[in-house]
Design a protein around this ligand. Structure first.
Ligand SMILES: [Fe+2]
Ligand SMILES: [Fe+2]
Length: 437
């Protein structure tokens, strides 16, 4: 939905400045030394510390072998390296150069760095740190799954907010309760306004600890395509913040992508053909051709789709002319493809409500679990639509209205995908199992 309340930008900046957020910036790179009298003691107690911000892991196409790392500094620095070692080892096993990936958006130059960690061994617990000169970050964990890994993934619906406190709370609590999760996905509309740098920093603040420990799989939402005037633009900041796997497209590189984690092949679609279509056409057609090639090349035991906009059309209170059915732009187009490609589960978002619709095949409900399970993931920020949606005949589980925030877990094993939905306080609201013999 495009009508989320936006942060009053000036107010937000003023509040952030008052709190010292802007002045300090947090990413200051501190070198010890200078105060000669204290130098020795200081060096012993405080070895050079590198302060990075938004240090994060992003999924790669094959997470058994590679991982993307990204981070920011408050001022540019040359010759940064990532050191990687097997957990417990004294010596670094690999060193990778940090590539300068700075960009300017919202009038702010962001000193961002990236590294692709390749040649990894699957099923290994690693540690990594960023090193610059004689300063370094703490060691962080990094795990490479096996091909048949059983694991848990955390899934977060729309985080977009006018005040990110609720998002930070649910993201922190979800991670605190699930530090055994091996990766997490954010289902799009990560921010309310895709050009607003302060909103991005607020979004990332919610996943600060999680994103440096386990990789993130981001999904692009329509709000990532809004500029400060609330008009459509290309998702420039989103594409900068997330070095997701390439998709071979010239026009829409990284707008959509896929990756493997354990026994699951994840297909991450871009549902913003309308917004992006203002600037360049062909996004949908390209994905329709790509998804068949992609599944042919990468099909796994389990195949899961992550897409921002939903496939069903819901009635809306106060708009009697709007009928219940299949969404014209995304449902009519994608559902037959998901049937054809035997997708197991489709996660969507965008409507800020949780709905488990069970299995659907040929646009019909299938009590014998034929066709994909369709989960509309809910809301994880403070932009809520109380009393807006009218239940769909396909809905099997909804949450008590008006809805608060929720998150999901999916436990992957050889025999089942088990999906559960939780409120911020940890109350379990739904649990569903997809099995395969
Ligand atoms: Fe949204
Ligand atoms: Fe949306």
């Amino acid at each position: 939905m495009a009508n989320g309340k936006n942060i009053k930008r000036r107010t937000f900046i003023k509040a952030a400045a008052t709190a010292g957020v802007l002045a300090v910036g947090g990413a200051a790179l501190w070198y010890l030394g200078g105060l000669r009298g204290l130098r020795k003691a200081a060096l012993r107690q405080f070895p050079g510390v590198l302060y990075t911000e938004r240090l994060r892991q992003i999924v790669t196409q094959d997470n058994t072998k590679a991982r993307a790392l990204m981070w920011e500094l408050s001022s540019p620095m040359e010759n940064q390296m990532v050191e990687l070692r097997v957990q417990g080892a004294k010596e670094a096993a690999h060193r990778y150069p940090g590539m300068d990936d700075r960009f300017t958006d919202d009038g702010i130059e962001v000193y961002q760095y990236t590294a692709e960690l390749d040649k990894l061994t699957s099923g290994t617990h690693y540690e990594y740190r960023i090193v610059a000169g004689d300063a370094a970050t703490d060691w962080q964990t990094l795990y490479t799954p096996t091909e048949s890994e059983s694991y848990k993934i955390l899934i977060f619906p729309d985080a977009q907010s006018s005040d990110y406190s609720d998002w930070k709370e649910i993201a922190h609590l979800a991670w605190a309760r699930n530090t055994d999760a091996e990766l997490f996905a954010c289902m799009g509309d990560l921010v309310d306004n895709g050009e607003d740098r302060l909103q991005w920093t607020e979004f990332f603040a919610g996943i600060k600890e999680m994103q440096r420990s386990i990789p993130m799989a981001p999904v692009m939402g329509n709000h990532e395509t809004y500029n400060l005037d609330w008009k459509a633009r290309l998702p420039e900041a989103y594409l900068r913040y997330f070095q997701t796997p390439t998709n071979g497209s010239k026009a829409f590189g990284r707008y959509y992508y896929s990756f493997d984690y354990g026994d699951v092949h994840y297909v991450v679609l871009c549902t913003q053909q309308k917004e992006i279509g203002t600037f360049k056409s062909g996004l949908l057609e390209e994905q329709l051709a790509w998804i068949r090639r992609d599944l042919k090349a990468h099909r796994k035991r389990w195949n899961v789709v992550l897409m921002h906009k939903d496939v069903l059309q819901y009635r809306i209170n106060g708009r009697p002319e709007r009928e219940e059915g299949i969404d014209e732009d995304n449902g009519r187009v994608w559902m037959p493809i998901f049937d054809e490609l035997a997708i197991d589960v489709v996660f969507s978002a965008h409507l800020h409500t949780y709905r488990n619709r069970g299995h659907i095949y040929g646009f019909e409900k299938t009590p014998d679990a034929k066709g994909p399970l369709y989960i509309l993931t809910g809301v994880a920020g403070n932009v809520r639509y109380p009393n807006l949606w009218i239940d769909h005949a396909f809905d099997e589980v909804t949450l008590p209205q008006p809805e608060t925030d929720n998150y999901l877990t999916m436990e992957v094993s050889r025999d089942a995908l088990e999906i559960a939905c939780f409120l911020s306080d940890g109350t379990e609201m739904d649990r569903v199992r997809v099995t395969k013999k």
